[in-house]
Write a protein that binds this ligand. Structure first.
Ligand code: FAD
Length: 439
């Protein structure tokens, strides 16, 4: 059998590598548009910051290593069309266009950084951060810059902000919405904003960018409310699935172009699968197709998809949209539904927010951890958790992930046998308190 994979990073190469281990005789062909395969984009902010100075550390496996394993990898090859009926692809390589065929197709074409149609958005001092090449260009540009304007206060915008703060640059964040990090509930966004301001970051909220230009060697970023000046600009307004080359009439997609898949990563077309940032997941609580473009999903989906292609009875299952981020000295994490998401979905919920120490209060240097839980009012089953704190916070997310996945009630969770010793927790951990104090 011949499996063709479109896209050679997390989802695509996880599928290829595992499938070859599962089925030695499978003919696996990967087409990748750029000249890079198999890397960890999540490490890019820490390369830009200088905390890791070696871009090679983000490269996981080379083309030569994949080929040695018996996988055919074609870099600088862009798939420009797929005929699902004939099971044929059209591929562009330089000036040449040729065709190939497949028995099974895996679409793992990921997502691209959105560059909005704003005048000046294509200026060469306006950067995005998605690929290794982007990271290299941004790090170099940062060497000569004293200040940066970041358009967008989501995950990538804030990680870039941290990188530039680490490098002692002046950071200005422009956000169209009234808060940064709006995937969290408002009180969490507000805490992040206070922290950013305390670290000298300037925030320009509730203002969309209207025009970008260069003036006297400075970038001038005009907004709906005024203007901001900086030496360079980073556009971090989100990502868009790389699916424009596919026929929307045939392949079911969300409005943003994410390919709709089931728990086995099957699309609506036989023998066509999709995984990673180009596809949806099934949300474990809403049961709807959700777009959660995160590496944690892409890597796991790739591996499970390979097992499915090898004939095993496996499924990626449903996801909770779990995510974590470090913003300078703060750790944040989230799983399941936030209060706003749950209320928007019409759910009858109760919430509880508490703050307590990360360790025993008498042990040196305790710091606050704040946890908010969202609970189904009738069943008291946990639906979501959000956490923020300076230390030992983010990984406290994972017990909540397990509990929500297993549809546990807050009452059971509040008595779980978490380990305890004064340097790590209190006898009643902050997680216990968040769930035991719910009326
Ligand atoms: P991609 O990495 O986008 O790869 C898809 C590949 O397909 C690309 O190389 C593209 O060139 C290729 N391609 C596209 N179209 C075609 C075509 N027509 N023909 C051939 N090839 C094509 N996730 C987390 O979970 N945690 C984090 O902390 C985190 N941090 C991040 C920080 C940054 C700065 C960035 C950019 C991302 C971060 N992510 C994080 C997200 C994570 O990196 C992505 O979810 C992951 O890379 C997705 O992998 P993918 O294989 O689906 O897609």
């Amino acid at each position: 059998m011949k499996t063709v994979i479109i896209g050679g990073v997390a989802a695509g190469m996880s599928t290829a590598a595992k499938l070859k281990r599962e089925l030695k005789d499978e003919h696996i062909v990967v087409y990748e548009k750029t000249d890079e395969v198999s890397y960890g984009a999540c490490g890019l902010p820490y390369y830009v910051s200088g905390e890791n100075d070696d871009l090679n550390k983000l490269r996981i496996r080379s083309v030569a290593q994949f080929e040695k394993a018996g996988i055919e990898v074609h870099i600088n090859h862009e798939v420009i069309d797929v005929d699902f009926k004939k099971k044929q692809l059209k591929i562009k390589h330089g000036d040449e266009i040729f065709e190939d065929s497949y028995d099974r197709l895996v679409i793992a074409s990921g997502a691209a950084a959105i560059v909005p149609p704003i005048e000046g958005a294509n200026h060469d001092k306006v950067h995005v951060l998605k690929t290794l090449a982007d990271g290299e260009a941004l790090k170099k540009a940062a060497d000569d810059a004293q200040s940066v304007a970041i358009v967008g206060g989501g995950y990538i915008g804030l990680e870039v902000a941290e990188a530039f703060v680490t490098r002692n640059k002046k950071v200005k964040i422009i956000e169209r919405l009234d808060h940064v990090l709006t995937t969290f509930d408002e009180e969490f966004s507000s805490m992040v904003e206070e922290h950013l301001k305390a670290k000298g970051v300037e925030l320009y909220l509730s203002q969309g960018v209207t025009k970008i230009s260069e003036k006297d060697n400075h970038m001038l970023i005009e907004t709906e409310k005024g203007h901001v000046e900086a030496d360079l600009v980073v556009m971090a307004v989100g990502v868009s699935p790389n699916t424009r080359f596919l026929d929307r009439e045939q392949l079911d997609m969300l409005r943003n172009g994410a390919i709709i898949t089931n728990e086995k990563m099957e699309t609506n077309i036989k023998d066509v699968y999709a995984a990673g940032d180009c596809a949806t997941i099934v949300h474990a609580i809403t049961k709807q197709a959700a777009y959660v473009p995160l590496g944690t999903n892409a890597n796991k989906q790739g591996r499970v998809l390979a097992e499915i292609l090898a004939g095993k009875d496996k499924a990626f299952g449903q996801g909770l949209g779990s995510a974590m981020i470090k913003v300078i000295d703060l750790e944040l994490a989230k799983t399941g539904l936030g209060e706003k998401e749950a209320r928007d979905a019409g759910m009858d919920i109760i919430t509880n927010t508490i703050t307590s120490y990360d360790r025993a209060g008498y042990y040196p240097n305790p710091t606050d951890v704040t946890i908010k839980v969202v609970v189904d009012k009738e069943s008291r089953v946990l639906l979501g958790a959000q956490l923020i704190g300076e230390k030992n916070t983010a990984l406290r997310l994972n017990p909540f992930v397990v509990a929500i996945d297993q549809q546990m009630t807050v009452d059971r969770f509040s008595l779980l046998d978490f380990g305890y010793a004064p340097p790590f927790a209190s006898t009643w951990d902050v997680m216990h308190i968040a769930t035991s104090t719910i009326k």
